[in-house]
Design a protein around this ligand. Structure first.
Ligand code: ADP
Ligand code: MG
Length: 689
């Protein structure tokens, strides 16, 4: 039984409804140990014949038998296996992958071995056999024609298939190289079937065991010079393959794709950078966190371990608070919850990046400064204005004498941690910094308040005010809006203070700021952590209610927030898809170079499934740098003065990276779509200029 049998084979080309006969009525049989040369005029059908045998093209008539088995019913997958197991092809224009080294080109035909070292070893042996050891690590593009063809011969040998097809292998070579290639083909032909199509029979005729002439698509001459020797009995060795063989192969080819087009890889990665940063900026503008929570903590700053207590009815007195503290083993207490956390605005002045909202709070387990001292914690991006913010508190003369500044990468807002003494004694004064005064119809921001013993009760002096005829109007303050004051004088100035200061009589001042509370609606107990606070809540005696300051409650508009979140998501996904489309268009032309590579892969028996998946793997490699880049960009943004940004949240990070992955894989998908379905012959024609 012949190794290869063609029975009445015909191939008809149909291009734009013009039918051309490639070959017709071809009956041929080939066997092991034959060295066949096929001659014929240009256009006589030699390449067509070889493409049909090599399954690089389909046939429409007759039957091709391999090892006695019919092939006409083969599916695409079966043809892939056929190419993989049976055929090695050598082309006139080499079809070497120019951007890969000789070694890598040869290894591409050795992927049936899982072990990389084994692949390397065999490749080196074959490279030595074709005399390219010195050039092993040179790129295909740097080789001479003869060296390219020898690489391809080594690659064909690496496949270890019974049939080697060579279509005008010396067509692009000089005499010396042609002779070498012919000799090499002879050397490797033992126990194989070698079919060489050539216009230069002079190089091959001394080796040929059979010569065939094609004329006008059919066999016009078939001359056996030497009967083929019977095939030596060699046992076919099975190469063990791991379960994840296909996966490993895919990743390996993906890596090669990546390596072979470094410019493309770098440009794609840059494009990914741009996309990542675009999404990052959009997300930042949308308010830092993409997903707005539907719940919020009871306290805005949600100090850990803080328990807010209230009485089931009435207020809590100092004595009751002491009782609650001892029952629950609280570390610290604060009678009036309203003083535990409040906001002070520092207005924007010349040279400042922006105005700031400073949350003043009592959180003794985080910072417990002594009286007169405070700790200012702020994001690095605002640190340029640290001095101004600090001095806004010290200069107001409200008991704070020194402020320690701490700049933090993770800080999203500005907080001033106060001592318990200052909270209790000066809390109202600190709260009053930059509060409002209504004078007639006009609103004024008052920096701070002072006593003036000379003033009558109910009268105020305005320092540093430039208000017109202020004495005509009555003043009402936001810190005490149930009382009016009349302006005694508004023409005093104090160079040492930056802002309007209001002076009260001593007893008016004490009425506003000298109150010493003995009871409150809600009080605070402080514990070292949430766990301790939770167990303390269980110990709260009857008649009192405690809740964690970190406890979450639903926003009253949770439903709207949810809808907005979904809208954000859809918008961002739409933007990502747009970016993917844009990138696909920009890089779409690159598909061509890959489609030529992939056609070569297919002639090597690499399934189109693996090739196309390798493209996804390659895109994964292109995507990987963004994993690092995004946090880096965020870090830079976070420390950038005035950005007001916090270090990227995990949720946003995950979302952007997911979109990046979507974008690159969409590009891979686009590439695959435009590559797939083309016959190898057509693609190689196009790819090889
Ligand atoms: P050879 O390799 O002997 O020069 P080919 O096998 O390439 O010849 O071509 C055989 C015949 O088939 C020629 O008439 C050629 O014009 C035609 N042919 C080859 N490829 C195509 C194609 N893709 N579309 C249409 N006709 C083709
Ligand atoms: Mg040809």
């Amino acid at each position: 039984m012949a190794l290869l049998k063609l029975k009445n084979i015909g191939k008809i080309y149909d291009s734009n409804d013009i039918l051309t006969i490639g070959i017709r009525g071809v009956d041929l049989e080939f066997d092991y140990n034959e060295f066949v040369i096929i001659e014929g005029e240009s256009g006589s059908g030699k390449s067509t014949l070889l493409n049909v045998i090599g399954a690089n093209d389909s046939y429409e008539e007759g039957e091709l038998y391999f090892d006695g088995l019919e092939t006409s019913h083969y599916s695409e997958a079966e043809w892939e296996r056929y190419r993989d197991k049976n055929i090695a092809t050598i082309f006139q224009d080499f079809n070497i992958i120019e951007n890969l080294t000789v070694q890598e080109n040869v290894e591409l035909a050795l992927l049936r071995y899982d072990d990389g070292r084994e692949r390397k070893r065999i490749a080196r042996e074959l490279i030595e056999k074709v005399g390219l050891t010195k050039q092993a690590n040179q790129k295909g593009s740097k080789l001479s024609g003869g060296e390219k063809q020898r690489t391809v011969i080594a690659r064909a040998l690496a496949k270890d298939s019974p049939v080697i097809l060579a279509d005008e292998p010396t067509g692009n070579l000089d005499v010396k190289s042609s002779k070498e290639v012919a000799k090499l083909l002879k050397d490797v032909s033992k126990d194989k079937l070698v079919i060489v199509v050539t216009h230069n029979p002079e190089y091959f005729k001394q080796y040929a065991s059979r010569r065939i002439r094609i004329y006008d698509g059919h066999v016009s001459e078939d001359r056996v010079i030497e009967k083929p020797a019977p095939r030596a009995d060699v046992e076919i060795k099975q190469i063990p393959q791991k379960k994840n063989h296909d996966f490993l192969t895919t990743m390996w080819i993906g890596r090669l794709n990546y390596k072979s087009r470094p410019k493309f890889a770098v440009m794609m990665t840059c494009a990914m950078f741009v996309c990542a940063i675009t999404l990052f900026l959009i997300l930042s503008v949308f308010g830092g966190a993409l997903i707005k929570p539907y719940t919020e903590t009871i306290d805005k700053t949600a100090v850990e371990g803080k328990v807010i207590v209230s009485a089931a009815s009435g207020t809590i007195t100092e004595r009751e608070l002491d009782f609650l503290a001892s029952e629950t083993n609280a570390g610290y207490v604060l009678l009036n919850r309203e003083k535990a956390e409040f906001e002070v605005t520092v207005a924007k002045k010349r040279g400042m990046l922006s105005s700031y909202k400073v949350t003043c709070l009592y959180a003794p387990y985080i910072y417990d400064p002594s009286k007169g001292n405070a700790v200012l914690v702020m994001p690095i991006s605002a640190s340029r204005d640290a001095e101004v913010i600090k001095n806004a508190f010290i200069g107001a003369d409200v008991g704070i004498e020194s402020v320690t500044v701490e700049k933090k990468l993770s800080a999203s807002d500005i907080r001033l941690y106060l001592s318990s003494e200052d909270i209790v004694e000066n809390g109202d004064k600190i709260k009053a910094i930059n509060s409002n005064m209504k004078l007639g119809e006009t609103d004024w921001t008052i920096y701070t308040f002072r006593k003036d013993p000379e003033l009558e009760n109910g009268k105020i002096d305005l320092i540093n005010s430039n208000s017109y005829e202020a004495e005509k109007y009555l003043a009402v303050f936001s810190i005490k809006d149930d009382k009016t004051y009349s302006v005694a004088s508004s023409n005093e100035f104090d160079d040492g203070v930056d802002g309007i200061v209001v002076e009260f009589s001593e007893s008016d001042y004490d009425e506003l700021f000298g109150r010493k509370e003995s009871e409150a609606n809600q009080s605070c107990l402080y514990f070292s952590d949430t766990k301790a606070a939770e167990s303390a809540i269980e110990k709260i005696p009857e008649g009192y209610i405690g809740m964690l300051s970190t406890g979450r409650v639903y926003l009253y508009n949770a439903g709207d927030v949810f809808t907005m979140d979904i809208v954000y998501y859809i918008a961002l996904i739409a933007i990502s898809i747009l970016l993917a489309a844009l990138i696909s268009v920009i890089f779409g032309r690159t598909v061509k170079i890959y489609s030529a590579d992939f056609a070569v892969y297919r002639t090597l028996g690499i399934s189109s499934k693996i090739s196309s998946r390798s493209l996804y793997a390659q895109m994964l490699f292109i995507f990987l740098p963004t994993l690092l880049l995004l946090p880096l960009v965020s870090l830079i943004a976070t420390v950038f003065p005035g950005s007001g940004l916090t270090f990227i949240t995990f949720g946003n990070y995950a979302f952007i990276e997911l979109m990046m992955l979507l974008i690159v894989e969409a590009v891979a998908f686009g590439f695959n779509k435009s590559i797939s379905g083309k016959s190898i012959r057509k693609t190689l024609k196009r790819g090889s200029k």
